[in-house]
Design a protein around this ligand. Structure first.
Ligand SMILES: NC(=O)c1ccc[n+]([C@@H]2O[C@H](COP(=O)([O-])OP(=O)(O)OC[C@H]3O[C@@H](n4cnc5c(N)ncnc54)[C@H](O)[C@@H]3O)[C@@H](O)[C@H]2O)c1
Length: 269
């Protein structure tokens, strides 16, 4: 099994690299910024920009499974559309098209919980919920999931879309008690998707074993993702954390919902 990890120099990429070390024949690490630690014996390094299809295709040569993390991981405060268009829209298309051109059979996409951010917190959402993005960032991930579905159905690439919650060493605010995914669970989730027997298309919420979570992975027990970390263990430490604003606390997406908000909460069922 030969893996390509895009965005390998980033926060999740660094943790996956360490957590998956020595378990596959090759791990090719690619990013637009240098790796913090030089490549080891069964690793390769490629400097590339996912905005360039030729570079993306070269990065996919000989690869069995792409773990696509590269992108803008937040709602940018300035030039949001231009930044997201390049990295999350064009870049995601390039990585899927490059995978098709290079004969890659499996594609794991770092989607986000912000694809369903405008669901209300009193509603637990499953894997078949309609998209309800809370930001241009969330909408860019909806695009990635839709493109993944297209490439699964039309080009028979197995695609997993991971709606990652809040990836941190520890929950940092009260919302993250519900949305947290620990580094250990993140590694497990990606590894399950890499190692699982053939599948067609799957969506999974990237969350730890948190109490009071907003999302359920019911229906994909076959993936055998069994998170071990528990957000609630940080609850005492966060008892005096600042309260969320009036919009953020209504919806799954928290502060992504209140950013630039001009709507009427009463109309958002
Ligand atoms: N961290 C989280 O809590 C979280 C939650 C939901 C989804 N995600 C998604 O997971 C992925 C990884 O997140 P992260 O927290 O590691 O983010 P990060 O910013 O730490 O890492 C992203 C990496 O992508 C690289 N990158 C950006 N644009 C690129 C380009 N044009 N070409 C090549 N590389 C490029 C960056 O250099 C960076 O190393 C992102 O797609 C993000 O949207 C993260």
């Amino acid at each position: 099994m030969k893996l390509l990890i895009t965005g390998a120099s980033g926060g999740i990429g660094r943790v996956l690299r360490e957590g998956l070390a020595g378990q596959y024949d090759l791990v090719r690490l690619a990013d637009v910024v240098p790796l913090p630690v030089p490549p080891a014996a069964n690793e390769e390094w490629i400097h590339f920009d996912i905005g360039n299809l030729a570079a993306a295709t070269a990065a996919c040569a000989g690869i069995d499974c792409v773990v696509h993390l590269a992108g803008i991981p937040v709602e940018p405060r300035e030039n949001a559309w231009e930044q997201l268009l390049h990295a999350n829209i064009v870049g995601c298309y390039n990585m899927l098209e490059a995978s098709r051109l290079a004969g890659v059979r499996r594609f794991i996409f770092a989607s986000s919980n912000h694809v369903v951010g405008f669901y209300r917190r009193d509603r637990i959402v499953g894997l078949d919920a309609l998209p309800r993005p809370d930001s241009l960032y969330g909408a860019s991930k909806v695009f990635g999931e839709a493109l993944g579905r297209l490439y699964a159905d039309k080009h028979e690439i197995s695609v997993a879309c991971l709606r990652i919650g809040s990836f941190r060493p520890e929950p940092e605010d009260t919302r993250q008690l519900a949305t947290w995914i620990s580094p250990e669970d993140m590694v497990q989730l990606v590894k399950r998707c890499v190692d699982a027997p053939t599948f067609h298309f799957v969506v999974a919420y990237g969350i730890s074993n948190n109490e009071g979570g907003f999302w359920t992975n019911r229906g994909i027990e076959w993936l055998e993702y069994n998170p071990v970390s528990r957000g609630q263990d940080a609850a005492v430490r966060l008892a005096n954390a600042p309260a969320e604003d009036a919009i953020a606390r209504l919806f799954h997406g928290g502060s992504f919902c209140s950013m630039n908000f001009e709507g009427s909460p009463a109309r958002i069922d």
